[in-house]
Design a protein around this ligand. Structure first.
Ligand SMILES: [Zn+2]
Length: 264
């Protein structure tokens, strides 16, 4: 028995790349096949009926034909465009970040339906949330969980003692928190303040509707971002590219606000 020539799949478009004169290579995340790479033929022609149904970060229903190398999209129907995401450059930049991480943390053809559902929820949150960076941290921490890298935040990863409410250390290589005694002797750690450890534990323990109410001070929010970047970069063996863009955007907005309010 050969494989079916055609199959149906729901998918979110994570990444798009132009190919040839009118085609596009799409990286999709699907509930049944995990990440897949497919071709959308002729999608860049003005007459294409598929183009509006295969927007970046949109959820679509597809009919796909098996190809010799890459599968080919034959039909596409938009299910949810997450319109709120597209109203604001900042929201879009966070959606890029989520898509980049999901793409880089997953392999092709490995089903992970809970992760697909989590992606849909995250896109919805990013379309609506007033606190995009907190939402993004929630995604990052739970993404690590879904792909098998849940950081240990309650016990020292070396001596297994319960972590005390003092300044501890974080080690990406060791996969979690180190007590002050052990942390001193482990290379490539960073100090981890108690407020940030508390937030990490909270985000890891509670669901999003509970976590979204957290109000973080700027200093805590910044440290949290750096701590998560350290963990992510370790597993990716590179820094997430989208974070640089998010930071640049933030700097430009701060500058603009300063000028607007006349603090020269
Ligand atoms: Zn220890």
């Amino acid at each position: 028995m050969g494989r079916e020539k055609l199959y149906r799949a729901e998918a979110v478009v994570l990444h798009r790349q132009d190919m040839g004169e009118a085609d596009r290579l799409l990286v999709l995340y699907t509930p049944d096949h995990g990440k897949v790479r497919v071709i959308a033929k002729g999608i860049r022609k003005p007459s294409s009926r598929k183009s509006g149904h295969l927007e970046l970060f949109a959820r679509s229903r597809l009919l796909i034909a098996r190809g010799r190398n890459l599968d080919i999209i034959t039909q596409a129907e938009l299910v949810e465009s997450f319109e709120g995401l597209r109203t604001d450059l900042s929201r879009i930049s966070y959606a890029y970040h989520v898509a980049e991480l999901l793409d880089r943390f997953t392999d092709e053809d490995i089903e992970n339906r809970p992760l697909y559902d989590f992606l849909l929820s995250t896109l919805q949150w990013l379309a609506e949330s007033e606190n995009l960076s907190l939402t993004s941290r929630y995604f990052e921490l739970h993404l690590l969980d879904y792909v098998g890298y849940r950081p240990q935040l309650f016990r020292c990863v070396q001596c297994n003692d319960e972590i005390q409410p003092v300044e501890n250390y974080l080690s990406a290589e060791e996969g979690g928190v180190l007590c002050p005694r052990c942390g001193e002797h482990v290379p490539r750690t960073r100090p981890l303040s108690m407020p940030v450890l508390k937030i990490l534990r909270f985000l890891q323990t509670y669901d999003y509707p509970t976590c979204r109410r957290l109000q973080l001070r700027d200093a805590v929010s910044r440290e949290l971002e750096l701590v998560m970047e350290l963990l992510l970069s370790h597993y990716l063996e590179a820094r997430p590219r989208s974070l640089a863009f998010i930071r640049q955007l933030r700097r430009e907005r701060q500058l603009k606000n300063k000028t607007k309010h006349g603090t020269m």
